[in-house]
Design a binder for this molecule. Structure first.
Ligand code: ATP
Length: 279
């Protein structure tokens, strides 16, 4: 008995923030990162690549509140196949460094099958894990995701993707798998053709943007079903935070969504983490 409890006491704490795309994982990680001495590890397999910062929704340096971030934009080669083994190796290295520094590691991102591979039984015997799942009901999330794509377009999504356009390039490997790249391929192919008029080109671009929205919905649904599987079949004990009201208020343009976010999301999560750290 004594042995077991001393082993448990020595287990290193790791916080996970999971959830479908667009549910506020990144924002929450920064909120918690400013409350606890911590460092953030990205667990989005597309954000590990350098580039496409708008499309992949990487948190800009200016919004990181000086919290060290790991595994963001670390792969230069856009065609490199960043495997699940690469992912686990990098996360484990970062975890050791962060814990040696006495900081709390916060693993944040939506690549759930990579996380599933990471959190195997060997991982759980070494690390004490706390999982926060940011959830938003799908009809509201879909509305928000559409709005987010429109904002990305305003921020320069098309120009950003054009830089990665190579005729005939394989969009099934590396960074070109990012939602947005395959969807705009056809537009970039015809963009400079003289026999296609401006209105037709604009139409093709709008079709591409529509596909980006549809595929982002699909990504969210797939991520959610993977999380349901972790909870229902694999027994992961997650702290689910339902942020639907916050997103509803935001979509309605209500100013108090920020207050709601603080009350419904940030405060309960701070409590969850406090309890976890005291255990
Ligand atoms: P597995 O879960 O087995 O790894 P998967 O490729 O379906 O397979 P997801 O992480 O759900 O895993 O990603 C699905 C696809 O969604 C990716 O291949 C990519 O096209 C796209 N995608 C994922 N994350 C992003 C992102 N941050 N930005 C843009 N597109 C993304």
């Amino acid at each position: 008995m004594a042995n077991t409890s001393s082993t448990l006491a020595e287990k290193k704490k790791v916080l996970f923030i999971m959830g479908a795309t667009g549910t506020g994982k990144t924002k929450l990680s920064i909120n918690l990162g400013t409350q606890f001495l911590s460092q953030i590890i990205n667990s989005d397999k597309i954000q590990v690549y350098k580039g496409l910062d708008i499309v992949t929704n990487k948190v800009p340096e200016s919004e990181r509140c000086s919290i060290p971030h790991h595994m963001l934009g670390i792969v230069d080669d856009p065609d490199y196949d960043f495997t699940v083994n690469d992912f686990c190796k990098h996360v484990l290295e970062a975890l050791d460094l962060i814990i040696e520094n006495g900081h709390l590691p916060i693993i944040v991102g939506g690549s759930n099958s990579y996380l599933q591979k990471l959190v195997d039984s060997a991982f759980c015997s070494k690390y004490d894990c706390c999982f926060i799942w940011t959830d938003v009901s799908l009809p509201i999330l879909f509305q928000y995701l559409d709005k987010r794509v429109d904002e990305m377009v305003e921020e320069g999504l098309v120009d950003e993707i054009r830089e990665f356009f190579v005729p005939g390039a394989n969009c099934e490997v590396g960074i070109r798998r990012a939602i947005g790249v395959p969807e705009l391929n056809y537009y970039f192919e015809i963009e400079n053709k003289k026999d296609i008029d401006k209105a037709q080109k604009e139409n093709i671009l709008q079709e591409g943007i529509k596909s980006i929205k549809q595929n982002t919905w699909k990504l969210a649904e797939n991520q959610l079903s993977k999380i349901h599987n972790m909870v229902n079949n694999l027994g992961w004990k997650m702290n689910k935070i339902d942020s639907t009201k916050v997103f509803d208020a935001l979509l309605k343009g209500e100013e108090d969504y920020k207050h709601l976010h603080q009350e419904i999301v940030v405060k309960p999560c701070i409590e969850i983490v406090n309890t976890f750290l005291e255990e």
